[in-house]
Design a protein around this ligand. Structure first.
Ligand code: KPL
Length: 308
């Protein structure tokens, strides 16, 4: 199969490498000539516990791409999705499949509506990866990735994807209902990420004080009410217990939103707590705590930009 990767960060780099190592033809779509030059000087490496792999990949700038896109894996930040897709849509055919493997929710529906001709697939992952330099990806924690269709899909495509996923050295599952796992992930992130960015702490430290333990519990209760109104069953044994499990199993991590805030980057809060607020509004459920998280993180982003 022929894959193009849009968004070559840690998860994009991990997937590009593993697909190529499994024998797929993989092209990285890089944003400009400077990024391509950096890539050519120091091509993608994947570091795992016992080795460093140098997969065989193709790379091009988006403007120089001259090929049709068959399978497109999108691993950009959630807020860049539509702009990123617009930059490559001239290479779409009726056969193009778009796989969205990103944080947050809300933008997937916009993609489905903006690209009614394409097969759009949603995904979530708990794989842990980070970059130690621009194109050096460290695969730090084996998790699981799940994909499922967000719009109509042929059984032939499902079979092709299943067989491809079975050949890569990652835990990947095809699921009939991706909406529920996507909701669970965004709900868990809504209870952890913003709080860690506001308190400037590691995930595990949220359980260290009564104040933050209570904030987590109240956010989980509010988020669960919205999820329930949306017709989504809570993850077993309940959202708060699941959130506490994730906090414990990632206790030494700085959440992605914490990292974005301390590095002065835009965060994905609008597609995490912002998504819960939007759903609350649609479903008639009050979301004052998610609103506070959204407003505080947006003000931290503004404060940073004004100080620069
Ligand atoms: O998904 C995460 C994130 O940081 O975005 C968690 C689960 C909170 C792990 O850090």
């Amino acid at each position: 199969m022929k894959w193009h990767i849009l968004g070559v960060g840690s998860i994009g780099g991990l997937w590009a490498s593993q697909l190529a190592l499994a024998g797929q033809t993989v092209t990285l779509l890089l944003k400009d000539a400077e990024t391509l030059r950096q890539y050519e000087a120091s091509p993608l490496q994947l570091e795992t516990a016992n080795q460093i792999e140098r997969p065989r990949l193709y790379a091009t700038t988006i403007s120089e791409l001259d090929d049709d896109i068959d399978y497109l894996l999108v691993t950009t930040k959630s807020y860049s999705t539509l702009a990123a897709l617009r930059s490559v849509e001239r290479h779409f055919t009726g056969e193009t499949k778009v796989l969205l493997l990103q944080n947050g929710m809300g933008f997937q529906q916009e993609v489905v509506e903006s690209y009614p001709q394409q097969t759009v697939i949603g995904g979530i992952t708990t794989d842990g990866a980070y970059r130690s330099s621009r194109f050096h990806v460290v695969y730090a924690g084996k998790g699981v990735s799940r994909f499922g269709a967000l719009a109509s899909i042929s059984s032939q495509t499902i079979n092709q994807l299943r067989s491809c996923f079975g050949s890569v050295a990652l835990n990947v599952e095809w699921v009939d209902d991706i909406g529920t796992p996507m909701w669970h992930k965004v709900a868990i992130n809504a209870c952890i990420n913003a709080l860690t960015a506001i308190h400037r702490c590691r995930n595990g430290e949220l359980l260290a004080s009564e104040e933050t333990r209570q904030a987590v519990a109240e956010l989980a209760a509010e988020t669960e009410r919205v999820m329930y109104a949306a017709g989504i069953a809570s993850p077993a044994p309940g959202l708060l217990d699941r959130v506490v499990e994730v906090i414990k199993s990632t206790s030494a991590n700085y959440s992605s939103m914490h990292q974005d805030v301390v590095n002065g980057r835009k965060t994905e809060v609008e597609f995490i707590n912002g998504f819960i607020c939007e759903q609350g509004e649609i479903l008639g459920i009050e979301t004052p705590l998610n609103r506070t998280m959204l407003d505080l993180i947006l003000s931290l982003e503004v404060a940073y930009h004004e100080s620069c």
